[in-house]
Design a protein around this ligand. Sequence first.
Ligand SMILES: C[S@@+](CC[C@H](N)C(=O)[O-])C[C@H]1O[C@@H](n2cnc3c(N)ncnc32)[C@H](O)[C@@H]1O
Length: 440
Amino acid sequence: MTKTVSTTAHGSALTTAVLGRRPFRGWLVSAAATVMTTYGVDLAATGFGLLLVTLVSGLGLAHGVVVAAWVASYVVWWLGLRVNLQANVNLLERTGTSTNLLSKGAFDLATRLGGDRRTRRLAACAAYLAAELALEVPYYVGAFGLAAFTDLVSTDNALMFLTGANLGAAVAVYAVARATHHVLTRRFASFETDWVPGDYLADYYSRVEPDEEETIAYFVEAMRQVPAGRPMLFFGVGPTLHHVFLAATVASEIHLGDYLPGNLAEIRRWLDHDPEAHDWRPFVRYTLQCEGVARPTDAEVSAREELTRQRVTRLVEVDGRVPAVKTGDYSTVVSAYCADSATSDHASWSAFMGHVLDRVGVEGRLLTAALRRSSGYHVGGRYFPSAHVDERDVRAVIEAAWGQGTASVETRHLPAQAAHGYDGIVLAQARRPSGGNGVA
Ligand SMILES: C[S@@+](CC[C@H](N)C(=O)[O-])C[C@H]1O[C@@H](n2cnc3c(N)ncnc32)[C@H](O)[C@@H]1O
C-alpha cells in the first residue's frame, strides 16, 4: 500500500526539486561545465593519441596487435566513462546541473514527463553516451581521412592514434568524475565537524512543525501494532526525544542510539533534569493528543516525561555505515530521518538502511521516516546531505530485505517545509517475517 496525503495542493515538487528554483542558472552552469569538460577531454584525447603514435610507430607492431590494442582501449574508455555517468546523475539529482548539456536536457525532459527515478537516470546516461560517441566522429574522420587520402599516415598509425585518444579520453572523463564527486561532497557539511546539536534543536524543534505533526501522528498509530513489553531501539535519534515519548507506554526499556556523542550528551542533559536542556513539553502534549487525550494537563505531560526517563536505560553510539555486530536483537527499531539524512547517495543510503533493518528481530517492526526527494537540509546555516529517496526507494529497500508486501509506505507533501530543504516526507512501517530474510 502506498498512500499519499497532501496538506495543500502543490504543483510539481519533483520538478522544482530536480530542476531547481533558478533553472537558468542550472543551464548556465551546465553549459560552462560542458565547454570545459569537452575541451579538456579533447585535449587529453588528442595529446594521448599523438603521443602513442610517436612512441610506437617505429616498433613495427603486427596489425593484429594494433587492432587488439584499439579494441582494448574501448574497454578502458568505457570504464572511465561509467564512473563519470554515475557521478553525472548524482550531480543532476542533487543540483540540477550536469557536465553535459545534452544529458541535462534529457534528464529535465524525463522529469517533466513524469518519468520515475530509473527512467530519469537512464535518459541522462543515454544522452551523455550519445554525446560522447558523437565526439568520436571527428577523430575517425581525421585519422582515417589522412590514412585514405595521403601517404602521411598508415591505417595502423590511424588505429594507434585512436587507441591513444580513447585512453586519453578515459583518463579525462575519470578526472571529470572525481572532480564532480569532490564538488558534491564539498558542498555538504560534515557530521564530524559541522553538526551543532543546539542549532538543530533551535532550527527544527522550537515548535511542533508540520512534518513532525505528521510523523508523530503516524508513529503513534504504528505503535499500536508493536509488541508491548520488549526493548526498543531508536537508531539515529540525534539530540531529540520527540519520537521517544510515544514509545514509553509500550517498550519495556528504550535504547537511544546515535553516531555523535554530542547528541547523546544533549539527551543526557534532559534525562538528568538539567534546566538548560531542551524543552520537549509541546511535543509530549502533541503526542498525548494523538493518543486521544483531547486536552492534556501539565500533570499528564510531566507524567509522560517521567515515564520516558524511566524507560530510557541506555545511550549507545552507533554507526549505520557499518554492519551491526549483533543483529536481530530488537523487536522494534525506530529510525527517523537518519539513513536518508546521513548519506548523500542512493547506494550509501541503501547499505545504511540494510544495517538498520538487520537490527530488527524476526517478527519485529521497523518504523521509519525519510525526507522525500531532498538533496539536503539546513542546520545552523550549514547544508547537510540527503540521499534524495522517495516512497518507491523506501519500499524497495525494505522489501528487498524482508520480502514483498512487508512494508506499508505513505507520503506527505509539506510545501511549508521547503525553506528547510524538503517539501515532503516518506513514512513507513514494516514487519520482519519469520523464516528469515526475503520471505514474506
Ligand atoms: C537529521 S538528524 C535526525 C535526528 C532525529 N532522528 C530526528 O528525527 O530529528 C540525522 C541524524 O543522523 C545521525 N547520523 C549521522 N551519521 C550517522 C551514522 N553514520 N550512523 C548513525 N547515525 C548517524 C546524526 O548524528 C543525526 O543525529
